[in-house]
Design a protein around this ligand. Structure first.
Ligand code: ADP
Length: 240
């Protein structure tokens, strides 16, 4: 069963069509890069997947649970890292996680156990007592990823998670999330406009003007000039 199944999804803002019949699936253990220039429709897709907006056309299922018919069951399987930082900067790393655990109905003890587990997974355990405000941008992002794993989702959505980070932090976060897919069997949907975050074995969905122009294994669709040149050629009429 696919972790995420999107079928014929369309969405418009008034007359503006932001998504046009988008269909794709992400399997457990698959790192899927949603690659699109600005204005492609990535944020709109994320808003529909997280139920910020309700899709009137098309269908979304998470681990076989229909998002419209069974939103609780579907969202319970989903961890989300939004583009905008949503940590409480005045709380410690551990308290940020405990707070999220409580929101998800975990007991204090269970939340504390899971906090250790997810911090260890993101190489952040030694920072558990630090205030979120004192973390650098890369560590704040890692904390947000750790937090998104607290309720043990099978699908992780990340909306341009490396925006504003320096090169070293970008590489670290990209590597961590690839490991979550490869080693833990998590299904990952990673939205980006940065081709260098995609590994040859990843699946790529190239989204442009609300449509998926191409999908497949990155190494296969790159063609002889490489993925970057291919992506630029496909989306050359994008507004920059
Ligand atoms: P991306 O995240 O890939 O940059 P978006 O999903 O933000 O793309 O935008 C997709 C399209 O929808 C763009 O043409 C954008 O201008 C338009 N759009 C986004 N939000 C709104 C809105 N609230 N009202 C009208 N048009 C919007």
């Amino acid at each position: 069963m696919a972790a995420l199944d999107v079928a014929d999804l369309s969405f418009r803002y008034g007359k503006k069509e932001a998504l046009k019949g988008v269909s794709f699936a992400v399997q457990p253990g698959e790192f899927c890069a949603l690659l699109g220039p600005n204005g492609a429709g990535k944020s709109t897709l994320f808003a529909l997947l997280t139920r910020l907006f309700v899709a009137r056309e098309g269908r979304i299922a998470v681990m076989g649970q229909d998002l419209q018919a069974k939103p609780r069951a579907a969202l319970a399987q989903m961890g989300v890292v939004f583009q905008q930082m949503t940590l409480d900067l005045d709380l410690s790393v551990a308290r940020n996680l405990a707070y999220f655990g409580a929101l998800h109905g975990l007991s204090r003890r269970e939340a504390a156990l899971r906090a250790v587990e997810v911090l260890e997974r993101l190489d952040m355990l030694e920072r558990a007592g630090e205030k979120a405000r004192d973390l650098n941008g890369g560590h704040r992002r890692r904390l947000e990823i750790a937090r998104a794993l607290m309720h043990r989702p099978r699908l992780l959505l990340l909306d341009e998670p490396t925006v504003g980070l320096d090169a070293r932090a970008r590489v670290a976060i990209t590597a961590h999330v690839h490991a979550l897919a490869r080693e833990d069997g998590l299904a990952v949907l990673w939205a980006t406009h940065l081709v260098d975050e995609v590994a040859p074995d990843d699946t790529v969905l190239i989204l442009h003007r609300g449509e998926i122009l191409q999908s497949g294994r990155a190494g296969e669709i790159a063609q002889e000039n490489g993925l970057a040149a291919h992506f630029l050629a496909l989306t050359e009429d994008a507004v920059i």
